[in-house]
Design a protein around this ligand. Sequence first.
Ligand SMILES: [Zn+2]
Length: 102
Amino acid sequence: MTSNKAKEINKKDKLVGKRFGKLKVLSVYKKGKYKKCKCICDCGNTTDVYYSNLVSGRTVSCGCRGAEIANSYKNIVGEIYHDLIVEEKTEKREDGLIVWKM
Ligand SMILES: [Zn+2]
């Protein structure tokens, strides 16, 4: 193994430019013995996450919508839940989830 002190930031990493959930990888660097990625989130925040958490899918946002999952994110207008019809999306959020008007 050769050590390469000058290459702290690896812009050529295959993850650069890739998208994981709400995060897009800007650069990859090494912190101690761990690889980390600087990412930009859809909300506009930049965040640093562990490389392994990104590729495994454990980290998919900067934390702004940590609880948000694909299911809660799709448009469900017109769908019926327990005899309730979803009328529209509201601006309200509870625990990071969209509140739907029934
Ligand atoms: Zn975010």
